[in-house]
Design a protein around this ligand. Structure first.
Ligand SMILES: NC(=O)c1ccc[n+]([C@@H]2O[C@H](COP(=O)([O-])OP(=O)(O)OC[C@H]3O[C@@H](n4cnc5c(N)ncnc54)[C@H](O)[C@@H]3O)[C@@H](O)[C@H]2O)c1
Length: 264
């Protein structure tokens, strides 16, 4: 299989780690890094010799991978898809915003290509998306984090997070409401929703737990296939404690599967 020329959008915690893992990869060549003006110097330092650009080059790119957020999807992913370049998207939480998933679909149809959403920090997305074909009855996502991880969120309203002595449910509702109130925690809930029952029918519970030091994700699903419960205890990425290392591996897996003779 020929080498794919990849444009990487975003060069933060995930982008930098993806670059590291792709170093020396014979089948995937990072041909461009796309960052805003203020990120250019840092990107040059991380990847000397790689072209750093303010938009995805119109020529010479076979595949785009986004690790940058909602604005970058609008600015760079939509036009790349419309031009016919396939895109891999990590900021799945951004698709909780009304209309963005439809815009991505429309751009991919216009460009006769495909946008792939990575499972990222959560597992069993393959099982959930397959189970949907037979019919799902219920899908529930529970996110459990130490109290301090919910600082700066509505979880602080009416309670002192530092004083919690027992696990406390800080949110219970639909994935759509969760994305509005807790946008920084939207990636897993949005991914589970898109693979399963959608944002309105996916139940989300967020818990502040003084007894945990980890970020724990649990997905429970029931349907014609049977049922499953999956719990993930992800280690954080050193460069950004809010991001799981698994998200990086998930992005690299998606890229490698594009060129692998046997993909899994
Ligand atoms: N799918 C998942 O499970 C999952 C898990 C964690 C994070 N994420 C998402 O991945 C994305 C990246 O996470 P991170 O931890 O690397 O964040 P980060 O803040 O460390 O890095 C973001 C990078 O994007 C760049 N950027 C911002 N706006 C841009 C734009 N308009 N165009 C180009 N580049 C732009 C920034 O300069 C920076 O380099 C976030 O959207 C985050 O929500 C997804």
């Amino acid at each position: 299989m020929r080498e794919l020329r990849v444009a990487l959008i975003g060069c933060g915690a995930i982008g930098t780690s993806v670059l590291e893992l792709l170093k020396g990869d014979a089948a995937l060549q990072v041909a461009a890094i796309v960052v805003p003006a203020e990120g250019v110097a840092a990107a040059r330092q991380v990847a000397p010799g790689v072209r750093v650009a303010s938009s995805v080059p119109a020529e010479g790119i076979d595949l785009v991978v986004e690790t940058a957020g909602h604005a970058a999807i609008e600015q760079h992913v939509l036009p790349a898809l419309a031009r016919g370049t396939p895109c891999v998207v990590a900021s799945v939480g951004a698709l909780s915003a009304k209309g963005l998933a439809e815009k991505l679909e429309a751009a991919a149809i216009a460009g006769r290509t495909q946008v792939q959403l990575i499972p990222g920090a959560v597992g069993a997305i393959d099982a959930l998306a397959a189970a949907r074909i037979g019919g799902l009855d219920s899908v529930r996502y529970t996110g459990r984090k130490p109290p301090q991880a919910w600082k700066g969120t509505p979880a602080e309203q009416g309670r002192d997070l530092g004083a919690l002595s027992a696990e406390t449910v800080i949110f219970e509702g639909s994935a759509r409401e969760a994305a509005l109130l807790y946008p920084k925690n939207a990636n897993v809930a949005a991914t589970v929703s898109l693979a399963g029952l959608g944002l309105d029918k996916t139940l989300v519970r967020l818990i502040a737990d003084p007894a945990t030091t980890e970020n724990v994700h649990t997905v429970e699903a029931e349907g014609a296939f049977g049922s499953f419960a999956l719990t993930m205890r992800n280690k954080p990425l050193a460069a950004n404690p809010k991001t799981s290392a698994l998200t990086v591996y998930s992005a690299v897996r998606a890229l490698r599967n594009r060129v692998a003779a046997l993909a899994i």
